[in-house]
Design a protein around this ligand. Structure first.
Ligand SMILES: [Ca+2]
Length: 225
């Protein structure tokens, strides 16, 4: 009976289990898997490939910084086409605004959106506001997360509906005002991950259960003779 209950549990809840991971250098969107990348523009000392595990920029090489000449609310974007379509079930975005004594006005974002190009149109697969938190005397800040606990870091890890696409687009809405002078958002990484669902253990039909129980009762009776 315990095995039967476990089977039912897997069928009901098996497809929604959580997945969490630190920055990956082996995910589906690693820069080596990307054929072309375009963007709204990045900081002159930065490189857009930092978002996908590249290390090419002269400053903060393993991350990407957007330019400082845009105002709050501006949607910085990147668009990338893979060598072949990827099927994605989980995403992991890692971002960081400047550390103490600064806050989200310094390289923070207020919103993140991910789209996939499917059937000649853009489809939104993930869309979220970024929560503004307090840490001691600092506000607003990201607040830290599982793998990156410092208050200026945030990991946006999420399971999405399984999506297959070759071209993707991400937008990052700038939080800080242009007067801050260092308000272009900083993105550490955006990973695309495929997690296979757990195997579904078939649930026996009621008639099969009755047949098995009858056979069990018969066996017990014979053993008692
Ligand atoms: Ca990566």
């Amino acid at each position: 009976m315990q095995r039967l209950l476990l089977s039912v549990f897997l069928v009901l809840f098996g497809a929604s289990f959580a997945h969490a991971s630190a920055i990956s250098n082996t995910d589906l969107w690693q820069y080596t898997n990307i054929q072309t990348i375009s963007s709204s523009g990045v900081h002159p000392l930065s490189d857009v490939r930092g978002i996908f595990g590249g290390s090419f920029a002269p400053v903060e090489p393993v991350q990407t910084i957007f330019p400082d000449d845009k105002d709050n609310g501006y949607n910085h974007w990147i668009q990338w086409t893979l060598y072949s379509p990827s099927t994605v079930t989980d995403i992991n975005l890692v971002i960081a605004h400047d550390g103490a004594p600064f806050n989200m006005n310094h390289r923070g974002i207020s919103h993140f959106k991910l789209e996939a190009y499917i059937g000649s149109q853009w489809v939104t697969v993930f869309d979220t506001d970024i929560e503004q938190k307090t840490y001691g005397s600092y506000y607003p800040v990201y607040g830290g997360s599982t793998h990156y606990p410092d208050y200026n870091f945030l990991e946006v890890e999420a399971s999405i509906a399984q999506t297959t696409a070759q071209t993707w687009r991400a937008s990052f809405t700038q939080f800080g005002d242009i007067s801050v002078a260092a308000s272009g958002p900083r993105i550490l990484e955006l990973d695309g991950i495929y997690t296979a669902p757990p195997p579904v253990v078939p649930v026996p039909e009621p008639s099969t259960i009755i047949l098995c129980l009858s056979a069990l009762v018969l066996c017990v009776k014979r053993l008692r003779r």
